[in-house]
Design a protein around this ligand. Structure first.
Ligand code: GLP
Length: 261
């Protein structure tokens, strides 16, 4: 695991966007694992800007989102399908048919989850998985006690998550209590993982995920098991990391990161 601390959210987002766009230019048919949440809104705006400037093309990419609420139709303004179309897919040259999200309105949710896993496998697996971190320490919607070997499935949302995301709904009570999410095992199968965390509200949970013990109580801690995982954060989110000075030194001295300074 590597931890890259940038001075502010804009710099952390810019670095993440650059890494993703470079990867897509290197492998034009990249399979991207995508995330939602407030943190990603500016990231997608940055990627769209790079696309507009001709820096990157997504015409041969396919994408898989981490999760979707159960019971929200794709045209509901809080569904993750709506979010992705609105903030990214409708603004770049990706083939919409090649953008996948778990189907939260399927008649048979378990079957939809199984098909989602099969689709990821058919496409050759995820090249780069983008992640945020929720206040429970979740990645995707892998709430506390999610098995570290879990696959895509239906999950009940934790009270802290309902509190975190409820305000995004016109009426917080409208927020579904369940979601379909890639499992921790699904996420760990990605070839590369980038977790982006910004802001003081993430400082405590980020320190636990990165420097604490691996535990199903904090699904992001399972990223310590991944051989190619980068955490990109701003100084606010890095505030409680004990090894901060060490992480700065690695970033400065690792040849792989020279082009990103
Ligand atoms: C939701 C998503 C997570 C995301 C989290 C962070 O809960 N399911 O994948 O990491 O939001 O949200 P925010 O960026 O708004 O803090």
């Amino acid at each position: 695991m590597e931890v890259i601390i940038q001075k502010d959210a804009a710099a952390a987002i810019d670095l993440t966007a650059r890494l993703i766009c470079h990867a897509v230019q290197d492998k034009k048919d990249s399979v991207l694992g995508l995330a939602t949440g407030r943190t990603m809104e500016n990231l997608y705006a940055n990627i769209v800007q790079r696309y507009d400037q001709g820096e990157v093309s997504f015409s041969r990419c396919s994408t898989f989102n981490l999760d979707e609420y159960v019971g929200l139709a794709p045209d509901h303004n809080q569904s993750y399908r709506y979010y992705m179309n609105d903030l990214l897919f409708n603004k770049i040259n990706i083939d919409l048919e090649e953008t996948y999200l778990p189907n939260g309105v399927a008649a048979d949710l378990a079957e939809a989850c199984k098909e989602y896993e099969e689709k990821i496998t058919d496409k050759g697996g995820i090249d780069i998985q983008l992640l945020g971190i929720g206040n429970t320490g979740h990645i995707g919607f892998n709430e506390p006690l999610s098995s570290l070997a879990s696959r895509t499935r239906e999950k009940a949302l934790a009270p802290i998550t309902l509190e975190q995301n409820g305000p995004l709904f016109d009426d917080p009570k409208e927020m579904p209590k369940r979601a379909l999410t890639m499992g921790v095992g699904t996420i760990l199968d990605a070839k590369k993982i980038i977790l982006l965390a910004t802001g003081k509200s993430k400082a405590s949970i980020l320190a636990k995920a990165v420097e604490g013990p691996i535990t199903s109580m904090i699904s992001a801690s399972a990223l310590q098991l991944h051989p190619n995982c980068v955490i990109i954060c701003d100084e606010d989110a890095a505030e409680e990391l004990e090894g901060k000075e060490y992480y700065y030194r690695i970033f400065e001295n690792e040849p792989e990161w020279q082009v990103y300074h």
